[in-house]
Design a binder for this molecule. Structure first.
Ligand code: MRU
Length: 361
């Protein structure tokens, strides 16, 4: 157990310790907010497990952890050449950890492409060093993207607003700062006063455990609500804007995010409230024409029926636990990216703001 540091400026969600022969250090998000514990990952199986059980979670953070996971998976002293074969094998393994957040696949593909670009006669340790540098660039780019998303989105936040968010799209979902919460952090840095309503986000309570914790760290006015209160709170005119993150966005703007997001979008439409998504370009999967092809992770029913070894439902009752849902583009007012605001949300505007599709998108 490490004593609680002050995280006023940035939370070390996923970091690399040392040089190329170092290791990954994560905040174990399953332990928050009760305990701040760090977990070191020194081999690829530990990274796979950390992603699977949500020690590290949130689309951008999963991507960064996977890229770093390739490095801890490559033997320091040498292995079969070309190194690209080893990277492909590690990548196939890490891809099986979670299916929905495309950032995982994006980061692994980028590592695979880097490995393929390294000449086959490059000594193993030199090749490994080049791959480590690429993973450090992915980490650094993620930080930069989140801060840019904050800058692009902050003008949407007005003094006196009530803002509703769901799940956790803060510093804990990325290498730092976050996406949806990055917008709010930036607005706070600009001196704006606003109030954030946080959905608790059943079943794993990312809103209650993580988002409320982050907002409290930053001393942003925060009220926690149960997921089923959002409609009433909107009707009471406490909410002027909804902002969430994303796990995968199709070419037409259909957006997969934490289960419950679609319901919020429908409620926001019914109450005339704008609904924004904040996500980096790496969260777009433009090979998918629309959201119908997005794979939705279905997790263990016990996440619904048991909490801390206490039964919440009768033994043996059937429960359905999809971790994500897809919000149709027509319900989304705008998507805030590091490359600019996509509004209206349609294929043409996405192409104009993000540019043409590259091999890794
Ligand atoms: O299951 P999780 O906690 O990984 O789900 C995370 C979310 O749904 C976030 O809202 C999403 O990854 C966006 S974070 C930028």
């Amino acid at each position: 157990m490490t004593p609680s540091p002050s995280f006023n400026s940035s939370i070390p969600t996923v970091t690399w310790i040392g040089e190329a022969d170092g290791h990954i250090r994560l905040i174990d998000q399953t332990r928050l907010p009760g305990a701040i514990e760090f977990r070191d990952c020194r081999n690829v199986a530990e990274v796979w497990e950390a992603i699977k059980v949500l020690r590290v979670r949130g689309a951008p953070a999963i991507g960064v952890a996977a890229a770093l996971g390739i490095i801890v998976g490559l033997d320091k002293n040498g292995g079969p050449t070309p190194i690209a074969d080893a990277v492909s094998e590690l990548s196939r393994y890490l891809q099986t950890s979670r299916p929905t957040a495309v950032n995982l696949f994006w980061a692994l593909e980028r590592m695979r492409q880097k490995a393929a670009s390294i000449s086959a006669d490059t000594p193993w340790q030199d090749a490994r060093h080049l791959l480590w540098q690429e993973s450090m660039i992915i980490l650094e780019e993620d930080r930069h993207c989140c801060h840019r998303i904050g800058e692009v989105g902050a003008p949407l936040i007005q003094n006196g607003m009530g803002v509703l968010t769901h799940c956790n799209a803060g510093g804990l979902c990325a290498s730092e700062y976050g996406t949806a919460l990055g917008v709010l952090f930036r607005a706070q840095e600009e001196g704006k006063q606003f109030h954030v309503y946080v959905d608790e986000t059943r079943p794993l309570l990312q809103g209650a455990r993580l988002t409320a914790w982050e907002l409290k760290q930053r001393q942003i006015a925060t009220t926690l609500i149960c997921d089923n209160m959002a409609a009433a709170v909107m009707r009471q005119r406490r909410i002027q804007l909804v902002i969430v993150g994303a796990d995968r966005i199709a070419a037409n703007g259909d957006t997969a995010n934490k289960i419950g997001t679609y319901g919020l979008a429908v409620l926001a439409r019914a109450h005339g409230i704008p609904m924004y998504v904040a996500a980096p370009a790496s969260t777009f999967d433009r090979k998918l024409p629309d959201g119908s092809g997005i794979p939705i992770e279905v997790r263990d029913a016990k996440e619904i029926t048991r909490v801390n070894d206490v039964d919440l439902a009768p033994e043996g009752v059937e429960a359905y636990n999809p971790a994500f849902d897809v919000t149709p583009a027509e319900f989304i007012t705008g998507i805030i990216t590091e490359r600019g605001l996509i509004q209206p949300v349609d294929r043409e505007t996405i192409e104009r703001v993000l540019g043409t599709v590259t091999a890794s998108q």
